[in-house]
Design a protein around this ligand. Structure first.
Ligand code: PHE
Length: 445
C-alpha cells in the first residue's frame, strides 16, 4: 500500500515539531490553566494526566497508525482500510470538525496579531488605568477590524499549507515551536519571581477532589482531545506523512508529553503574575485579552512581556491552525485530485467565510455574547464530535485493522513496542468504554 508520490516529513524530529505544533495551541495557553484553576487544581491535573496517559496516548497512536497504514486523509483512510463505507462517516465528521474549529480559531488567532501590535502602541497605558476590558470590548465589536486580522491570519495559513508538508508545515513548526518554548520560559521566570507569586500557584494547583463531578470529567476529556488534536482525523492526516521506518509509539509519546507539559507550564506564566499584581483572574478570552494586559501594564518592562505573550499565543495558534487546514486540504487533494495550492486557497477562503459570521457576531453585542457563541462552537467540537470520534477511531484501530496494526505500530518489526498488547487492549476495550461512560454522564449532567 506504499504510495511513492506521497509527501513525507523530512525527519522524525520534523514530524514531532509539526504534531506538537498542532497539539499545542490556544487550548493549552488560554484554556487549560483556567480549567485547572476553577475545577479542582492539582486534583484536576491528576485526572487530566490519567486521561492523557490511558486515553490520549492510546488514541494518538491509533490515529498515527491508521494514517500511516492507509497513506490517506481522514476520509480516505477509512475507505482504504475497511470495506464498510459507514466508517467513512468518522472521517467526514472529522473534516467537518476541522472546518468548524478553524472558522472560529482563525478569528481568535487574529486577535493575537492585533494585541501583539497594540502592545507597542496604545494598549499598555489604557490597561494600566483599568481600561483593558473596554479596550477588548471596543476591538471585538468593530467587525471590520476583527475580520481584517482574521483574513491576515488565514492568508498566512494558506501560504504555509500551500507550501506543502516538508517545505511548508514542517519548516514553519521547526522555527516556531522552539521559539514558543523559549518565550514561555522567559514569561514563567518573570511571573514566579514576582513578590506574592505563591498566591497564584496556590489558586492554580490547590487540590480539591470534591470538584471532580461528571461534568468536570467530560470537560477534562474534551480538553484532552481538543488539546491533543485528537478525534477528528488530524493525527491520521499527519500520520500519513510519516516515513515507514519511523517509530510511531515513541513519536506519539513525545507529542503527548510535550503538549501536556506546555499546558501545565502555561499556568505558571499566568496565575503567579495575576495574583502577584492583585488582579482578579477572568475566564476564557477575558483572562487572556483583558486580565493579562492589565497585569503586564503593572509590571516593569510590561510592553515587552505583553508583546512576548501575544507572540507566544500567535505561534501556538498558527501551528495548530495550519494542521486544521491541512486536514481539509488533504481530503480535497487525495480524494478529488485537486492540487495542493488550489485546495489550500479554496478551502482557506471557504473556512474564512464561515468564520466571518463568528467574527461579526461580536459586533454590537456584549463581549459575553461572543464568549457564549464560541462556547457553543467549542461545545460541538470538543464535547461532542471529538469524544465520539475518539471512541470510533480507537475501536477501528483495535478491531478492524487486525493484521496490519502490529506491523504498522512496530514498523514491520523494526521497533518492537514492549507495551503493544497493553496498548491494544486499551484501544479495544478500556479507552472506548471509559470515553463512553464519561461522555454519557457528562452530557446528561
Ligand atoms: N490542539 C489545538 C489546541 O490546543 C487545537 C486543535 C484541535 C488543532 C484539533 C488541530 C486539531 O488549541
Amino acid at each position: 500500500m506504499g504510495n511513492e508520490n506521497r509527501e513525507q516529513w523530512g525527519s522524525k524530529f520534523g514530524f514531532i515539531m509539526a504534531a506538537a505544533g498542532s497539539a499545542i495551541g490556544l487550548g493549552n495557553i488560554w484554556k487549560f490553566p483556567y480549567l485547572t484553576g476553577v475545577n479542582g487544581g492539582a486534583a484536576f491535573v491528576f485526572v487530566y494526566l490519567l486521561i492523557v496517559l490511558f486515553i490520549g496516548f492510546t488514541v494518538m497512536l491509533a490515529e498515527l497508525a491508521i494514517g500511516r497504514a492507509s497513506q490517506k486523509n481522514a476520509v480516505g483512510a477509512f475507505a482504504v482500510l475497511s470495506k464498510n463505507p459507514l466508517w467513512q462517516l468518522v472521517g467526514w465528521a472529522g473534516i467537518l470538525c476541522g472546518f468548524v474549529i478553524l472558522s472560529y480559531y482563525g478569528v481568535v488567532a487574529g486577535w493575537s496579531i492585533k494585541y501583539f501590535i497594540a502592545s507597542f502602541t496604545d494598549l499598555m497605558p489604557i490597561a494600566e488605568s483599568g481600561g483593558a476590558g473596554d479596550y477588548f470590548g471596543g476591538f471585538v465589536s468593530n467587525a471590520t477590524q476583527v475580520v481584517i486580522y482574521q483574513v491576515v491570519f488565514m492568508i498566512m495559513c494558506i501560504i504555509v499549507v500551500a507550501g506543502g508538508i516538508g517545505q511548508g508545515i514542517e519548516k514553519a513548526c521547526k522555527i516556531m515551536m522552539p521559539g514558543l518554548l523559549l518565550i514561555l520560559v522567559i514569561l514563567i521566570v518573570r511571573a514566579v519571581t514576582l513578590p506574592g507569586a505563591e498566591k497564584g500557584i496556590e489558586f492554580y494547583l490547590k487540590p480539591d477532589f470534591t470538584k471532580l463531578t461528571p461534568k468536570v470529567l467530560l470537560a477534562a476529556l474534551g480538553q484532552a482531545f481538543f488539546s491533543l488534536s485528537l478525534g477528528m482525523g488530524c493525527m491520521i492526516t499527519y500520520g500519513s506523512y510519516i516515513k515507514k521506518s519511523d517509530n510511531l509509539a515513541s513519536s506519539a509519546f513525545y507529542v503527548v508529553s510535550m503538549d501536556t507539559l506546555i499546558a501545565f507550564l502555561a499556568g505558571f506564566a499566568i496565575f503567579p503574575a495575576v495574583f502577584a499584581l492583585g488582579v482578579e483572574p477572568g475566564a476564557g478570552p477575558g483572562l487572556t485579552f483583558v486580565t493579562l494586559p492589565g497585569v503586564f501594564a503593572k509590571m516593569g518592562g510590561g510592553m515587552f512581556f505583553c508583546a512576548a505573550f501575544f507572540v507566544l499565543l500567535f505561534f501556538a495558534a498558527f501551528t495548530s491552525a495550519i494542521s486544521l487546514l491541512e486536514v481539509v486540504v488533504a481530503y480535497f487533494k487525495d480524494e478529488l485530485g485537486w492540487n495542493r495550492v488550489q485546495a489550500s486557497i479554496a478551502m482557506g477562503i471557504a473556512i474564512t467565510a464561515l468564520g466571518v459570521p463568528s467574527a461579526m457576531s461580536l459586533g454590537g453585542s456584549p463581549v459575553i455574547f461572543g464568549m457564549e457563541f464560541m462556547d457553543a462552537m467549542g461545545y460541538l467540537s470538543d464535547k461532542i464530535l471529538m469524544p465520539l470520534g475518539g471512541i470510533f477511531i480507537s475501536l477501528f484501530a483495535g478491531w478492524m485493522m487486525a493484521d496490519k496494526l502490529e506491523k504498522e505500530v512496530t514498523s514491520d518489526g523494526l521497533h518492537p513496542f514492549g507495551l503493544y498488547t497493553v496498548w491494544l487492549w486499551l484501544a479495544r476495550v478500556v479507552a472506548p468504554i471509559a470515553m463512553a461512560i464519561i461522555f454519557y454522564f457528562g452530557i446528561i449532567e
